[in-house]
Each structure stands twice: as C-alpha cells, then as structure tokens.
Ligand binder design. Structure first.
Ligand code: UDP
Ligand code: MG
Length: 336
C-alpha cells in the first residue's frame, strides 16, 4: 500500500506568539513521519486563520512561501474555533486520505499524531486523542470540564470523555461530516454519531506553549450551553416536569387552605403568598429562558447562513498569490 496523504489542520486565532514554534515542530514531525514511511511526501500542514487581528496570517503566508508543505486558509472574519476547524477539514479533504485536527498552542502532544497514523494504517477511520490527566489545566477549568461531561452524559449525549478536538479522521468520515448541515455544530458530539471503526489514543496534555487561552469563562459557558442545547431536549422536559410538580403541589396547598378556611383557622397568609410568587415567577422565567434558547437555535438553523466565509484558500490553489500579505493587512486595518 502506498503511504496515505496526511493533512494536519490547525485553527489559529491571534496565535502570533506560538505559531512560528508550532510550524517548526509540525514540519519536523512531518519529515520524521515521511522518513518512517508512515505518510506520503504530499502530506501538508494546513493553518486556518480565524480572522486574527494580529500578524497570524502574515506568519502563515510567509511560511507558505518558504515551505511548500505549509498551506493556509484565511477566513474573512472570526467565525469561532469549531467553524474554523470545519473550514480546514472541508478544504483539506479534497487532497488528503486522512486529516488530523490539532490546536495551535502545542498543548496536545504532537508526537501522538504518529500513533494516530499507525491506527489509520490498522484500518481505523476515526482516532480520538484522549487526555490522561488534566493537571496542567487550572483547578477551575478541570472541575468545570468535569461537570460538563457529567451533565452531558446525564442528558444522554454521547461524548468521548476528556477528548477535545484532537483527532484523526479519514477522508470518508470528513465527507460524511459535511452532510451534517446544522449551523450549531458541536463537533465533539457529532463525530461519534458518524460511526465507522474508531479508537482512542491516550496522551498527557501540556501547558500552553505561549500566548493565552482564547476561551475565557464567557466563551466556555456559551460553548457548554451550545453543546447541551444542540444535542438534548432533556432541559425542556425537565422544565415541564417541574411545572407539573408545582401544579400538583399547589392543588394540595389549595385543598389545605380551603380546609383551614372552613374550620375557621384563617391565615393572614402573607408568607406563603410572597414565597409562592417568587418561586413561580422564578420558575417561569427559567422556563421561558430555556425555551427561548431552543427557539434561538431553530431561528439560526432556518436562516441557513454559511458557517464561515473563506477569504483566501492557499490549499486549493496551485500557486501562491502574487501579492504580499502585509498589503491585505494594511487594507484591513484601514477598514476597521
Ligand atoms: N481558536 C480559533 N478561533 C477562536 C478561538 C480559538 O480558531 O475564536 C483556536 C485557537 O487559536 C487554538 C484553538 O482554537 O488553536 C483552541 O483555543 P485555546 O487554546 O485558546 O483554548 P483552550 O485550550 O484554552 O480551551
Ligand atoms: Mg489550548
């Protein structure tokens, strides 16, 4: 069998501090894998610039001029990690047998890609990278992530535990993924739905090599909420359950109050009144909020907007473009 063509897809958002090192390490790894006859010489590294505001695109573009194996796709604006990843996967699938997705920050041990490719040779079409430990993450991140997995599981969403978006997919798997046209795409939940022969490889997660996280708490909460509401209607069911329970309780209370009234023990009733107003008001607001969350999802899906917009695609171009990236950057800065 000839060696498979591997494309490594790296979403990058404001990663100028770490990117040169990432490019260096991934190129070195690519050379090793080629020498070990694990991958074809046509294998490439594809960096997706997710509308960065720093020099990330310049770095990618310059590297692509120096090294033919370095390719870049530039999105027209920041579309978010998941979307940037998708843009990369779909651009890459035209000329790859297998595709590995990895973050730009070198937190995931890149040498694991070798194990991924070996599994691919054994016939696996999806290989999940799973973290052994998370002790390099902050205490807070570790625990919130733990709750997230548990909550998802309780709501019936199948996730691979401690697996982020570090994985290998065969070309066929990516082609099938493209048929999931939802705008609210939560990759970690979708990929297991693809089926195919899959396995996991374990590794230790390191600290970010440089730069800081692009996932502050606000984005993390949004991500978790998105994940839950695009996979499960359990929260809505839960709300109706609480509704029924409180209805039942209020009937019991009503009967009790009537009983008091007719036996002459009339209550002044302020406490019970005020607490039930607050309780029910709160419950109703939660219920509205939750339902609104799902309606928002439906609204987004029905619009069928594109998930991302590509500005430049050096991967599917035969040659590099004749102008320098600085020029495009200047034009963009003027626009802003
Ligand atoms: N990223 C992206 N678009 C965004 C936010 C992040 O492409 O809007 C990329 C980022 O450059 C990195 C990856 O997604 O390669 C993961 O982000 P980060 O390392 O900041 O997240 P964390 O590891 O802290 O969860
Ligand atoms: Mg990271």
């Amino acid at each position: 069998m000839t060696e498979p063509i591997l494309t490594v897809v790296v979403p990058c958002y404001n990663e100028e501090e770490v990117l040169p090192e990432t490019i260096r390490q991934l190129r070195a790894l690519r050379d090793q894998l080629i020498n070990e006859r694990l991958i074809s010489v046509q294998s490439t590294l594809l960096f997706v610039d997710d509308g960065s505001r720093d020099t990330t695109w310049t770095i990618i573009y310059k590297a692509s001029l120096h090294y033919p194996e370095v390719k870049g796709v530039k999105l027209s604006r920041n579309a978010g990690h998941q979307q940037a990843l998708l843009a990369g996967l779909f651009a890459a699938k035209t000329r790859s047998d297998c595709i590995v997705s990895i973050d730009a920050d070198l937190q995931d041990d890149i040498s694991v890609i070798r194990e991924f490719v070996k599994k691919f040779h054994e016939g696996y079409e999806i290989v999940y990278g799973v973290r052994n430990r998370r002790d390099t993450d902050t205490f807070f991140k570790r625990h919130t992530a733990q709750w997230f997995y548990q909550a998802m599981k309780a709501m019936g969403v199948q996730l691979v535990y401690n697996h982020a978006d570090y994985r290998l997919m065969s070309r066929r798997a990516v082609e099938e993924l493209e048929r999931f046209e939802e705008a609210n795409l939560f990759l970690r939940g979708i990929v297991p739905l693809l089926g195919f022969r899959s396995t996991a490889v374990f590794y230790d997660r390191k600290e970010r090599f440089a730069g800081k996280t692009k996932y502050p708490l606000k984005k993390m909460i949004a991500f978790a909420l998105d994940g839950i509401t695009s996979f499960s209607i359990t929260p809505i069911r839960f709300i109706s359950l609480i509704g029924f329970l409180s209805f039942f309780v209020s009937i019991l209370f009503g009967a009790y109050f009537l009983f008091l009234k007719f036996t002459g023990h009339t209550q002044t009733g302020w406490t019970s009144l005020i607490t039930s107003i607050w309780l029910l008001g709160g419950l109703q607001l939660i219920a509205f909020g939750l339902i609104g969350e799902y309606i928002g999802k439906i609204y987004k899906e029905t619009k069928r907007r594109p998930r991302y917009i590509i500005d430049l695609d050096l991967f599917n171009l035969p040659k590099a473009l004749p102008f320098l990236p600085e020029e495009t950057n200047v034009a963009e800065r003027k626009q802003r």
